[in-house]
Unconditional design. Sequence first.
Length: 74
Amino acid sequence: MSETVISSFILRFTQEAEAGAPWRGVVRHVQSDEEARFTRIDEALHFIGRFVDVDENGSRDAHPQAQPGGSGEE
């Protein structure tokens, strides 16, 4: 039986009440409780990519470095 690996993320977007204010966000990896702030979605995707490898074909594989005991850094 193969092992199931789960990586969950919480994305939060905020915008100040003033007209034309930019959106900002925070992405959190649930399992490690690490989080990163971003202003562009590619920054959030870069953070997520530390934990989940998405290749050009769209398939998803867990990053071995992001497993318990790994650094999560590439």
